[in-house]
Design a binder for this molecule. Structure first.
Ligand SMILES: Cc1cc2nc3c(=O)[nH]c(=O)nc-3n(C[C@H](O)[C@H](O)[C@H](O)COP(=O)(O)OP(=O)(O)OC[C@H]3O[C@@H](n4cnc5c(N)ncnc54)[C@H](O)[C@@H]3O)c2cc1C
Length: 399
C-alpha cells in the first residue's frame, strides 16, 4: 500500500480544493446540491466526467497505464472527501467504476484499447444488463438467450431494472449460451451497442417519481462474438469479478456529505429562536451516525488498499455494501426528521437545474425527501442486504 506523508497530503488537499473551486460552474454546483440518488442528472454527470478528464483526474482508481492518476490510497480518499465537501455532481458509476475495472481484468487488448479511452473522456455511457424478471438474487437462472450464428450471436430476451439504459449507448450483459449442466456454466459476458436493431427500452418510474429504471427487450439482436468478454460459457466468473467493484463504494464519504447537510439544516434558527442542533437527542443521533462513518471509513480504506495493490476486493465488498446502504438509509430518515414539517411537501420541479421558484423551508431542504424516497431501493439495488449477508456468512465466516 502506498501511503503519503501528512504535509504533502495537506498540500494535495489544498490543490484539489482550489481546482474544484475553479472547475465547478454554478450549474455544476447546483446539480451536485440537487443530487438525490446514485444517478446524477445525466448532462451534468457527463460534463463533470469530461471536466475531470481534461484535468487528468477522470479515473483515480485505474492503473496509470490506462489513464489513472497514480495517486496513493490516501490521496484518492482525500480527493473523494474534497469532492463531497464541494458537493460536486456524481458520475455515472457503470463505466468508470464497474465496466472499466472488469475490462482491465478480463478484456482483450482490442476491447481495452477501444472502450477504456471512451469511458475516461465521457464519450460512452454504459448500463448493466444483469437482472431479468425472476432472476435478480437468483441471477444464474437468467434466460436471455444468445444463439451462435457464424461470427455473431443472435440475442432474444429481456433485462429489467436497467438503470439509465435510456441514456446509455453501451450495455454489458449476461446472456445464456448453453442450457447444459449447472446454470452458472452456461452464461457468457457480452458488450452490446444499444443502437443495434431489435433493442427497445421501456421506462419504469421509481418511488421518487423519476425515470432511472427501465426494462430492455431484445428481439433478434445481432452482436459480434468479438464483443464477448472471457470465454464462452465462462461469463459468470467475469460477472462476479465486476460485482465486487459495484459493491465497493465509499459510503462513508457519502454519509458525511449527508450529515453535513443535516447539520446545516439543524443549525437554522426555529420560530422559538432556538436551533435543533442544540437539542441533546439530535446530537446523540448525529454522533452515532458520525461514529458509523468513521468505522466505515476504516473498512473502506482497507479495501482501497487491496485495490491499489491490484487485488480484487473479495467478499468484504458485500459487507461494505449492506452496512453502507443500511446506514445511508438511516441517515436519510434522520434528515427527513430534521426537516420536520418541511419534510412533507414534495415537488419534483424544485430539483430541476435552473428552478427559480420561491424557497420552501431551510436552504438544503430541497433534495432531502427525494433522497429519502430514492434510498428505499438502496438495500436492493446492488444485490439485496439479505443476499449480501448470505455471502458474508458463507465466504467470510465459513457458515
Ligand atoms: C434502484 C435499483 C437499480 C437497479 N439497477 C440495476 C441495473 O442497472 N442492472 C441490473 O442488472 N439490475 C439492477 N437492479 C436489480 C437488482 O440487482 C435486483 O433488484 C436485486 O438483485 C434483487 O433481485 P430481485 O429484484 O429479483 O428480487 P428477489 O431476488 O426476488 O428478492 C426478493 C426478496 O427476497 C429476498 N431473497 C432472495 N433470495 C434470498 C436468499 N437466498 N436468502 C435470503 N433472502 C433472499 C431478497 O433479499 C428480497 O428481499 C436494480 C434494482 C434497483 C432496486
Amino acid at each position: 500500500m502506498k501511503m503519503t506523508q501528512e504535509p504533502s497530503l495537506e498540500a494535495f488537499r489544498q490543490e484539489v480544493r482550489a481546482w474544484l473551486e475553479e472547475a465547478l460552474t454554478p450549474e455544476l454546483k447546483e446539480a451536485g446540491l440537487k443530487k438525490t440518488s446514485v444517478w446524477q442528472e445525466i448532462n451534468s454527470a457527463i460534463e463533470w466526467q469530461k471536466t475531470l478528464h481534461r484535468q487528468g483526474w477522470g479515473a483515480p482508481d485505474w492503473p496509470e497505464e490506462y489513464g489513472g492518476t497514480g495517486w496513493s490510497l490516501e490521496q484518492r480518499y482525500v480527493f473523494a472527501e474534497e469532492c463531497a465537501r464541494a458537493n460536486t455532481p456524481g458520475l455515472v458509476p457503470m463505466g468508470v467504476k464497474m465496466c472499466a475495472p472488469m475490462l482491465i481484468g478480463y478484456g482483450t487488448d482490442e476491447q481495452k484499447a477501444r472502450y477504456l479511452p471512451r469511458i475516461l473522456d465521457g464519450t460512452d455511457m454504459w448500463c448493466q444488463g444483469y437482472s431479468e424478471p425472476g432472476s435478480g438474487s437468483d441471477l444464474a437462472s437468467l434466460k436471455t438467450m444468445a444463439v451462435s450464428d457464424g461470427d455473431d450471436y443472435i440475442i432474444n430476451g429481456t433485462k429489467i431494472w436497467t438503470s439509465y439504459a435510456q441514456h446509455s449507448n453501451m450495455m454489458f450483459a449476461l446472456v445464456r449460451t448453453s442450457t447444459e449442466g449447472i446454470p452458472q456454466k452456461g452464461i457468457s459476458f457480452i458488450l452490446i451497442d444499444m443502437a443495434t436493431p431489435g433493442i427497445t427500452i421501456e421506462p419504469i418510474i421509481n418511488l421518487e417519481g423519476t425515470h432511472e429504471l427501465n426494462q430492455v427487450f431484445f428481439d433478434d439482436v445481432r452482436v459480434p462474438k468479438t464483443n464477448r468478454v472471457g470465454a464462452e460459457n465462462e461469463g459468470w466468473t467475469v460477472a462476479k469479478y465486476l460485482l465486487q467493484f459495484e459493491r465497493t463504494s465509499m459510503s462513508s464519504i457519502e454519509l458525511r456529505r449527508q450529515l453535513q447537510r443535516i447539520e446545516r439544516v439543524a443549525s437554522q434558527t426555529g420560530m422559538d429562536g432556538r436551533t435543533l442542533a442544540d437539542d441533546g437527542d439530535f446530537q446523540r443521533q448525529l454522533s452515532e451516525l458520525k461514529i458509523d462513518a468513521m468505522a466505515m471509513e476504516v473498512s473502506e480504506k482497507r479495501v482501497l488498499a487491496d485495490l491499489s495493490d491490484g487485488k480484487a476486493p473479495g467478499p468484504v465488498s458485500s459487507l461494505l455494501n449492506f452496512v453502507g446502504s443500511e446506514t445511508l438509509q438511516r441517515a436519510e430518515v434522520f434528515a427527513v426528521q430534521t426537516l420536520g414539517y418541511y419534510g412533507i411537501p414534495y415537488e419534483l420541479a424544485r430539483l430541476e437545474i435552473g428552478y427559480n421558484g420561491p424557497p420552501l423551508g431551510p436552504d438544503d431542504a430541497m433534495p432531502i425527501l427525494g433522497a429519502y424516497l430514492n434510498a428505499r431501493a438502496r438495500t436492493i439495488a446492488g444485490g439485496s442486504s439479505q443476499v449480501q449477508r448470505n455471502i458474508v456468512a458463507k465466504a467470510m465466516l465459513g457458515m
